[in-house]
Design a protein around this ligand. Structure first.
Ligand code: CAA
Length: 253
């Protein structure tokens, strides 16, 4: 896909990786369409895109809410005519040990709320936005690409039962949709970032972050732009579908 003037929807586009993706794709002439819950962050990303001479659009919606997702994708097609790409990037963490115990006494457990909040946004949100984007691409008769942002944690990471399960799930969705949607000219892809210098990673418990960072073969955290360039690769390479790219500086959990 040539990115010039293509409408690329980015969930969680207000900050972090989503903002970096918007700016990277704007440089290539795409029109970034940002969905986020944080209006201030959205405004700032739109402003930064304008600095690059690109008209980005922003929409506020909760991607875990089916009716809200249907409405916002309807509004995007009404306003911009078509959707050529979706990057399912929005995600949250609610880290907690599955069980914490000492001397046979269980002191803490991951709560159902911590589990459900992450599954709702990071897995159900991906399902809902993916389904809506594919519907609009097919109804509009245009080719498209859906990219799901997974994580190195999909392999299993201490303190992240909820997040790891969701991030493994989105890779399974990527493969399934790659198989199901090829007949409609829709490709898919996933990216599994390692530890990238975003607010999400920087807000980790310092001891946990230091331990993790010390074992990265590349000896540094990744840069958001390094994930954005993987996004551009998947969008632009017409033979890529159904697979996951790991961008983690060589780290294996
Ligand atoms: N490796 C080795 N040991 C670990 C560990 C790890 N990654 N995480 C926790 N532990 C150990 C702790 O050292 C501790 O061991 P001791 O009892 O022997 O001291 C034990 O497990 C319990 O851990 P805590 O004392 O930290 O437990 P807590 O209840 O205070 O906090 C927690 C739990 C919030 C999960 C905290 O351990 C934590 O923040 N861990 C890091 C989780 C993580 O990696 N998050 C990634 C966020 S960034 C992201 O998600 C982006 C992405 O895509 C990668």
């Amino acid at each position: 896909m040539h990115l010039n003037e293509k409408v690329i929807v980015i969930t969680g586009g207000g900050q972090g990786l989503g903002r970096a993706m918007a700016l990277f794709l704007a440089e290539k002439g795409a029109t970034p369409v940002l969905i986020d819950m944080n209006s201030q962050a959205l405004e700032e990303t739109v402003r930064l895109c304008h600095e690059k001479g690109v008209q980005a659009r922003a929409y506020i919606a909760n991607i875990a809410d089916e009716a809200a997702v249907e409405e916002v994708f309807g509004n995007i097609v009404r306003d911009l005519g078509a959707i050529h790409g979706l990057i399912n990037n929005a995600g949250i963490t609610r880290d907690a040990m599955f069980i914490k115990a000492k001397d046979g006494e269980v002191s803490k457990r991951m709560s159902l709320e911590q589990w459900q909040q992450v599954i709702n946004v990071n897995l159900t949100g991906v399902f809902l936005c993916g389904r809506e984007a594919a519907t609009k691409m097919i109804e509009g008769g245009n080719e498209g690409v859906i990219i799901n942002i997974s994580s190195i944690s999909r392999a299993g990471n201490m303190g992240q039962s909820n997040y790891s399960a969701a991030k493994a799930g989105v890779v399974a969705l990527t493969t399934t949709w790659g198989k199901e949607l090829a007949r409609y000219g829709i490709r898919t892809g996933a990216i599994a970032p390692g530890f990238i210098a975003t607010e999400m990673v920087m807000s980790m418990k310092p001891e946990a972050l230091d331990k993790m960072a010390a074992s990265i073969p590349a000896k540094r955290l990744g840069e958001p732009s390094e994930i954005a360039s993987a996004v551009a690769f998947i969008l632009e390479n017409d033979y890529f579908t159904g697979r996951v790219i790991e961008v983690d500086g060589g780290l294996r959990l």
